[in-house]
Structures are given as structure tokens and as C-alpha cells.
Design a protein around this ligand. Sequence first.
Ligand code: OTU
Length: 643
Amino acid sequence: MNKEALKAQALIWPSIEPLLTSLDPLEQKEFHDRFSALFPSFFDNLRHLYGHRWDFFYQVQSLTTALAEAWVNRNRDLKALDRARNQDSQWFRRESMVGAMVYVDLFAKDLTGFRKKLAYFEELGVTYLHLMPLFLAPEKESDGGYAVSDYRQVNPSLGTTQELRTLATELRAKGISLVLDFIFNHTSNEHTWAQEAKAGKEEYRDYYWIFADKADADAYNRTLRDIFPDARPGSFSYVPEVDGWVWTTFNTYQWDLNYQNPAVFIAMVKEMLFLANLGAEVLRLDALAFCWKELGTSCENLPKAHTLIQSFRAAAAIAAPALAFKSEAIVHPDEVVKYIDKTECEISYNPLLMALLWETLATRNTDLLRVSMQKRFTIPGDTAWVNYIRCHDDIGWTFADEDAWELGINPQGHRRFLNDFYIGEFPGSFSRGVPFQYNPLTGDCRVSGTAASLAGLEKSLTLEEPRAKKVEEEMAIARLLALHGIILAIGGLPVLYLGDENGQINDYTYAREPGKSKDSRWVHRPAFEWTKKSWNTRVREGIQKMITLRKAYPTLGTGGTQIVDGCSNQVFAFVRDGERRRFFVITNMTDRPASIPGNELRLQGFYPRAWDALTGEKVTCDQDSLTLAPYQQLWLVPGENFT
Ligand code: OTU
């Protein structure tokens, strides 16, 4: 073990111990044990980031003081959760876990209304609930709350911080984990720190990346990618109040924090622990790929970004150990996996599965999906994917170019095709998406749209001829159920984007709203529809049934996943293995019947018959082949009987 870290620990501990005296002996010991176990590697990481600073030791001291204080302030309920999670470190992978993400205002106006509607989540079977950003943010435009002005004050239009705390407790009592965003790459330009910087305080100018000389900003800009090219070319905005160029990766009102300054790290650790002690059980690390910046690099996914996130992780593990981290890295798949580790983020969005599911619907070919998943689906056993169909953001086609080339697919051409297809311009497309952040310089584009609109429901509504209309509607519903079935059965934590479970279509009214009109992602952020049409009910019932089924079988939670080759390039198939049950989930991803060789079933041990757990119907496996209807999905279990 590192001697210097141990020396530092011995020096620091005496100043920490007195802070804990108000706690009972068990709680004191818990903190001490975690501190001893984690401090050495934590210290090493911090030294790697900040060790060159004259004040390094003081910074470490003030940081560890903050950790002790957060533990002292953590309530009994949450400390009990800390102990429970310690006994069940796999909790986020269990079959019982079904996630949902939702905007409080779009769902129920405010927190008071929201608390009255919790039954909706219970009925659906939700056990993980991500509330979209709900803290104080600029009034006019706030990137849907992703520009935070105060991490401790709930936006008054939604309610109070106390109400959020109460909600967290209510949810926990119902077995639902509260998930909040940790928007740590940037604050809004109205945050106190930004205000102080504008008022000329050097200390706070240092919280951000502000260059008095444009040439200095340009030097960085040369190697950066434009993230929101529609908003502004380049990553810097001139701000007269600071008479300088401010680093704004996203919108001009989102100021990137300067983590080369340890004061920023410590300040944000405190905000993080505030969220943890408020009752958040999972934090979604927003835009984490961008958090560390170095001249001459892309400033994305840098090694020190990982060191920084591991440092946040260690701080949480010492002061609020139940807290889990979710990575939001929508980048090259090789980079996505680097954030996934129990010392960094134990769960991560799976943007690759999301994008490729849509890709197969457009191409009617599952090769790229299968090849990519065979290579990339497996992650460490103590971590999990968050699998999703849609979220509040656009769809970017982040598959690996090399995977495409392997199959003879030109990746750039393919992305153009996918964009054309999903914005409904490709002949015969069923989709009604909207382009997002088209970059004329690179030809890059992403797609907005609700799952239902992308899957064909919106188009079906525009058809006049009743038969054609009906066919299109049936296909769209089947597509929606097929995609949801895959995320519910493939392993990891499925997360529904609320509204999708009802097949809600695009809402174009954003185009008339001043703060939203330039951001097409609002098209897929409609107000929740409480009155139901027949298709809403059918989508909802289909998804509900699969949720119930998932929850009945531990295999579908922590069981292993094996992507199966050789069925047919019309189907996507995987086997789930667990102690008591084996599932073979096969989906026809095309609008034509697909047949799979009987031998594939028999090779997987499905002989002489199997049962489709979705319908409870018998499936004979002793034929030459088995035919699946368009978009049909089977959850096969072997055996004579299905119970
Ligand atoms: C995230 O997404 C959020 O999910 C967005 O809603 C925010 O606007 C943004 O951060 C800023 O807070 O660009 O289009 O490569 O793609 O982090 C979505 C990663 C985004 C980025 C992702 C970002």
C-alpha cells in the first residue's frame, strides 16, 4: 500500500474524528472503516489531479471534513439503506428493477400534483424513478433544466426542496429508488458562482474557463467538436460582464466548470452529497465525458475525466455509500465502457443498443446489431447497462465505424440513410422524426421524435384508407412492443421514457414557444396524456404484461446474457441463463415473416417443445424451422409445462 497516502491518512484522521462524536459508536465505526478502506486510493487520485498545488494538503483536509459532515447529517433512513445496499450490491440488476424517467411538470404540473399520482408508477411496476432536472434554472431558457442555478433549491414553479425530500421518503417506502441528475460539467450563467465571476471576483472566475484573450479560447477550440452547432459554432461564448470568452460546450448560458481548480471539485462534492442526503439513490452523471479539459485534445473522455469521476465516486462511497452512479456518455462505444466500473459508474446508459434497435427497424437487417452486441454487450458482473428505447434527448448513431466496416457498411453513408429514414424522407419510411442539430460543415445530424412517432404510429394516423391505416397501426404497435420487450428481457436495468408506454406521439407546439423553438428535442417531450385512445391502451397493456413477466423470473434480472448467432439476419435473439430458468428471446425485427432453423432451438436446448412465456402457448421445436410473424417476439422457456 502507498506509504504517503497512509501518512496523509494518519495526519488527517485526528481532525476528522472529533466531528463524529455526536454519532452513535456504530455509525462512527462505519465511517472510520470506509475511510480507512478507501482513503489511500482516493488520495492517490486526488494527488494525480491536484498534487502539484502548494495548497494540496489543505484541500484534502477541507474535502475530508466535508465528507464527515455529510455523514453526520445523513438521516437514519438513509443510513439503513447504506447497510442494506452493502448486503445486496447487485440490487440494480435484479428482475424487480424497472425504471422510468419523467418530467414532474409535464406529468403532474408540480410536486404536489406528482405526489398524488404515485399510484401510476406502482401499477406500472416502476422501482427506479428518474425525475428530470427540477432545480432552480434560468426562466427563459434552461435546456430543460440542464442549466442549474442552485443545486439545493427546487424550482419554485415545481415546489420546494422540502417537498422533494418528502417525495424521496415516500418513494423509498414504496420500494422506488429516486434518481436525480448530477449536472456537474456546467452550471447556468445565473448560478451564484457565475454571478460572483461577473462581479469581478477572481476566486470565482477560476471556477470556470474564462479567457480574456480570444486567441487562448481559439487554441482550445481548434481540437473540439461542436456539440450544439445550431446554438453556436465553437465551444466558447463572449460574455461582456466578464470581458472574456467563456467555455460553453452546450448552450451559451451553460458555463463549463473548471475542475483543474480543486475548489470546484470540493464545492461540487458538497452539492453531490446534498442530493444524496436529500434521498437520491442514483445520480445520473450528466455529460460526464466533457468534465476534464486539456489543450490540444478533444477534451472528451480524457484519462483525468475518469480520475475525477472516480474521485467523486470515492467521496460518495465514504459519505453516502448507498449512492449509485449512472454514466451518461453518448460517445464511441469503446469510450462508453471505460466509465463502467464499480469504482466509477456501476450503471451506464446503453446508447449503442438503443441506436441499433432503431437501425435494424430501418434496414430490416440485424447484422450490425448482432455483431456489435456480441462484441460489446458484456460488461463486468457487478455493473449493469441501463437499456432504453428513447429518452429526453435525440438519437445519435453512435455505433463504431469499425463494426460497420466489418460488415461492408460505409458508416457515414449509413448514418445519412438512418437520418433520412427517421425524419421520414427516405421513400417508404414509416417514421416521423425531426432533425436535431444538423451541422452543414460535417453533415452530422441527430433525430428527435417519440418512440411512437418514430415507430410509425403518427404516420398511421395520417392515412385515409382504413385497411392501410389499420395495417400501419398494427405494425407500429408491434414495433413498439418488440423494442420494449428486448430492453425488458435482455438484462440490465430497463428504463421507460414515460409517455412511450402509452404510445404518445410527437407534440409540435414547441415550435411556437420562445425558449424551445430552436431545440427539436421538445417534440418528444409532450405533456402526459391521461385520456386514452385504443392504441394507447394496447401499447400500455403489452408493456405491462412484459414487466410483470420480467419480475417473475430472477433469470431475467441477474442471469447471464448470450447473443445468439445463426438464427437469421431478420431476427435478433439472445439466451438468458439463470439458476432455475432459461429463456430464449427471439424477435423478428422486420415487417415480413422470418423463419429460424429448428436446429438453432435444439442447439440451445429447446427440444422437443418450449413455451412462449408471453402468450403461454406451446411451441414445437421438432420441425425444420419456426416462423415468426412480422415483429413477433417469443420469450421461450423449455419444458413440458409452463408455469
Ligand atoms: C446531456 O446530453 C443531457 O442529456 C442533455 O439533455 C443536455 O442538453 C446536455 O447534456 C447538457 O447538459 O449533447 O444531445 O456526448 O451528447 O451528454 C445530448 C454526450 C447531449 C452528450 C450528452 C448531452
